[in-house]
Design a protein around this ligand. Structure first.
Ligand SMILES: Nc1ncnc2c1ncn2[C@@H]1O[C@H](COP(=O)(O)OP(=O)(O)OP(=O)(O)O)[C@@H](O)[C@H]1O
Length: 614
């Protein structure tokens, strides 16, 4: 497209999966998003258009549409199109082939064994068949390349190690010293649910040489989540068959999580094994956070146009980390003390016991390495990918000293870890279970949708069970993950009320104080104290509410101290004082009459509520 005549921006969207309810919801969200953006035109096309118009008509239609917006269109040649999409296209294809080769290696397949596997496999589509033809060639070349160069991959080293041990060579040398596999008395294997054929070969080789060695294998079949990478739960499930004689012990005590979290994990895995028993006695919390019920306020809409997820997460994080900057605490606590001392009856009393329990750490767990399309994390700030960029965005809204308390990870990578607070970002059907379209390329290894769904359930379990005290499950109640749906049908789970999670005010650097006249009391109030205000550095401003304005560093600012130090106050009558943060959010409003200051209804409650009630 020739953009020389660019006046406005155009987004062209091809809604290729129309008719799929989940996809249609997302399409409607996209329409809504672009409708609300000035200077952007949204052009949508779909397979229906393509079916009616056929390719030529479809292109002509698009051209006419773009020209109506003043865009000149020149059709690219096939070669030019390929040049533009090449990198992206190769990237996905490369990943699929790479995964395929890794699976073959984990199974210790030779080219011949793979060929026989493919011969006996019934392809479900032409695409699958053509892929398998190509993949076999790639695998053959890969093996040849290893042979020619003498290089090896990890799986190759494992195979060689097993072969060397089988041949009777059991002495090994390491930097720390020399050893003999024949002398090993105990072999401890962790994460046994993730065992693969390749590891099994190695262990078998050791056992052949050293039949006296005792094996101790620990694993959790509820956490078997690496089938896609070649792990095989068979080794765990049929343990007794592989290790004879053997004894099996159940470790059912969960030392990690609060009872409500252990309970939710058991409910998800009901019927799939011995339920866990919580050792901790604290109850903890499990709450569903429904994005469908979330209404961002004007500031949040301004900061995150078209994106509800970011402000929603910010509210949860803000409340849970809740190590409010000292300054914010000062404003509130001293403000509240002032209110309690001087306020006439009827001014709401704030219970200071609700304040801060510091030191909670929070992790955001994502099913994918990416986020929904409408989440705009701005200019990339990290080269480690989308999630880290998003983390930096969310952190930028937190006080400096709280930032490290927040981390992000995929659910897969968080296996084995834990956090006080876990926020699951995406308990929706397109994430749990995530059935990747590339699944068709691993059917030949026996992968099926049923297996994937089982593994996704276990992944969801891993995500839930990382929480020590508090678990938030972010979802859309009209679009729940089937696992969550099932959980809800078996157990009552609290749906959080967003009113309890007020907006994140953000890091405040400055407080602007505006001193003006109370409504209905004429202009004499400020006139009488103008020289005093002037001397204290105030300037008269008429933008918005006409008032004398002065800005103070937010650090250690307190309303009580402010009034204690204000020279003008003893002469003041009919005055209104307003306190604003950097974003022009009004934090507090006071009336001053006859030297007395009285708090009026104000927005401090919003800041108050940012304090962690736990
Ligand atoms: N006997 C114990 N007494 C008290 N706390 C324990 C005990 N054993 C483990 N824990 C605590 O329980 C938590 C989980 O322990 P650990 O990570 O060893 O378990 P795990 O079975 O490997 O967990 P997962 O496989 O779910 O990651 C940790 O916080 C650990 O400190």
């Amino acid at each position: 497209m020739d953009n020389s005549s660019q006046i406005d921006n155009i987004v062209i969207e091809y809604f290729g999966l129309e008719g799929d309810p989940d996809y249609d919801i997302m399409s409607e969200q996209k329409r809504e998003y672009w409708r609300n953006r000035p200077n952007w035109h949204f052009v949508e096309l779909s397979p229906t258009t393509l079916r009616f118009e056929e390719v030529e008509g479809f292109c002509a239609l698009l051209k006419r549409c773009l020209e109506s917006y003043g865009k000149k269109c020149d059709r690219l040649t096939e070669d030019e199109i390929w040049t533009k999409i090449r990198l992206r296209a190769i990237d996905r294809f490369t990943k699929v082939v790479e995964g395929f080769i890794q699976r073959c290696r984990k199974l210790s397949l030779t080219s011949e064994k793979l060929a026989s596997l493919v011969d006996n496999h019934k392809c479900a589509s032409d695409v699958e068949q053509r892929f398998l033809e190509l993949a076999q060639k790639f695998y053959q070349s890969y093996l040849q390349q290893l042979q020619v160069t003498g290089e090896d991959d990890f799986d190759g080293l494992m195979q060689k190690a097993a072969a060397v041990i089988t041949s009777g060579q059991t002495v090994f040398h390491r930097k720390s010293g020399t050893g003999d596999l024949k002398c090993l008395r105990y072999i401890l294997i962790d994460e046994y649910q993730d065992f693969s054929k390749l590891f099994h070969h190695l262990i078998e080789a050791i056992r052949q040489q050293n039949p006296q060695a005792q094996f101790f294998c620990v694993g959790d079949d509820w956490q078997a989540i690496n089938g896609f990478a070649g792990s095989d739960l068979r080794f765990y499930q049929n343990f007794a068959q592989f290790f004879q004689p053997s004894q099996k012990l159940n470790i059912a005590t969960n030392y990690r999580s609060a009872t409500s979290i252990v309970d939710i994990g058991n409910t998800l895995m009901y019927g799939l094994g011995t339920p866990a028993r919580a050792h901790k006695t604290i109850f903890g919390t499990v709450e569903i956070a429904d994005l469908g019920q979330f209404n961002p306020n004007l500031n949040e809409q301004k900061d995150h146009p078209g994106d509800n997820i970011t402000p929603a997460i910010l509210r949860l994080v803000n409340k849970t980390i809740a190590v409010p900057i000292q300054m914010r605490y000062n404003i509130i606590s001293r403000g509240v003390r002032a209110r309690q001392r001087r306020a006439p009856t009827g001014v709401p009393h704030v219970n200071e016991n609700r304040y801060i329990k510091k030191g909670k750490t929070v992790v955001l767990l994502s099913r994918k390495n990416s986020l929904p399309w409408y989440v705009n994390y701005g200019k990339p700030t990290s080269k480690h990918g989308v999630l880290d960029n998003f983390l930096n965005l969310v952190r930028s809204y937190l006080p400096e000293e709280s930032r490290k308390a927040l981390t992000i990870s995929t659910a897969h990578k968080y296996k084995g870890l834990q956090n006080d607070v876990v926020i699951i970002l995406d308990a929706v059907p397109r994430c749990y279970p995530l059935i990747h379209p590339d699944l068709m390329f691993s059917r030949v290894f026996g992968d099926s949708i049923e297996q994937v769904v089982d593994e996704e359930r276990r992944l969801f379990y891993v995500a839930l069970s990382r929480a020590v005290e508090h678990l938030y499950i972010l979802t859309e109640t009209k679009n729940l993950s089937p696992f969550l749906e099932e959980l809800k049908s078996r157990k009552r789970i609290n749906l959080l009320d967003w009113l309890d999670y007020p907006p994140c005010v953000g890091s405040i650097q400055h407080i602007t104080v505006k001193v003006g006249n109370q409504a209905g009391k004429g202009g004499n109030g400020t006139y009488a104290i103008r020289d005093l205000l002037n001397a204290e550095g105030y300037r008269w401003r008429t933008i918005g509410w006409s008032a004398w304005c002065c800005t103070y560093p937010a650090q250690d600012f307190s309303i009580q101290q402010y009034f204690d130090n204000a020279q003008w106050i003893s002469h003041a009558c009919g005055i209104e004082v307003r306190f604003y943060d950097d974003l022009e959010n009004m934090l507090a409003k006071y009336h001053v009459d006859y030297g007395q200051f009285i708090p009026v209804i104000n927005n401090l409650s919003e800041v108050d509520l940012n304090i962690n009630p736990w």
